[in-house]
Design a protein around this ligand. Sequence first.
Ligand code: NAP
Length: 298
Amino acid sequence: MEWGMKSSITVIGTGRMGSALAGSLLQAGYPTTVWNRTRQKTDPLAKLGAIVAPSIDEAVHASEIVIVNVSDYEATETLLRNDAIGSAMRGKVIVELTSGTPSGAREAAEWYTRRGASYLDGVIMATPDYIGTDAGTILLAGPRAAFDTHGNVFRALGGNVQHVGEEPGRANALDSALLALMWGALFGTLHAIAVCQSEEIELDELARQWSATAPVVDGLVADLIKRTSAGRFVSDNETLSSISIHQGSMQHLMELMRSRKIDGSVIDGYDAIIKRATAAGHLHDDFAALSQFLAVGK
Ligand SMILES: NC(=O)c1ccc[n+]([C@@H]2O[C@H](COP(=O)([O-])OP(=O)(O)OC[C@H]3O[C@@H](n4cnc5c(N)ncnc54)[C@H](OP(=O)(O)O)[C@@H]3O)[C@@H](O)[C@H]2O)c1
């Protein structure tokens, strides 16, 4: 349905993130229809001019572009993947922004595509306050043509919306990869806090020292990705640090944690990876060589 110059958009799910998505579409002047299981969560959007669909069927019928943002793919499946709604899919662009797995996205892509819809599967690399701002990052995978046709709609959701490829699982795979990196830093911070607390070091001292160390860590992360990509695992004159150097310092951390009765299970996991590399004769390789030892049970 076209209203004036801008296509109408439906947003299914108006929780924290869905409300931000619908709000930014309204702000950009898109006629927006919303539906949420708990209807009162759509009230603030109605005040901003959204049309509140009385049923999920009517929400899907209202627009060519249907953006979905609920808690998980099981919820989406219950809501949309049934015969009644399936028959209304032809010609629509479904944009699934709910978090999920690559295989979940592939399975969904097959379901929607078989019913004549274009399916874009995306991930939001930001909190709701970033939506609609220049720094809002959303990665979308699926048919390039659908992404290009509706580029203006996606740009209303964030200044950094990127198409990351046609293969529908790519956005979810990148999401998990980047979250793995983020949790490395966040759980590492929990360990740093526990060590400081047990050694009676004030946390503002930790914060001060971290700001000096952070650029070094950023450099190591970039170097690790670059060397792995090039397969440069053997130590050379550009190696920043070998596995053996990390292993030695890690033994100090493990000893300290044991003596202070701090949970060492995460560090034991790091140590297990190092042990596999060491057993295979790679102790003196570049740290990047560890990337070959993540596979288990082979
Ligand atoms: N918040 C963030 O910072 C953030 C960042 C990136 C990605 N995301 C992703 O965005 C999605 C939504 O997150 P959120 O923060 O908006 O969560 P939220 O505030 O808890 O909202 C969850 C939404 O899902 C709906 N829902 C859950 N189960 C349902 C079901 N069985 N049937 C129908 N509707 C159902 C809820 O409806 P009711 O209102 O009726 O409960 C609500 O609209 C998640 O996949 C999350 O991983 C969130």
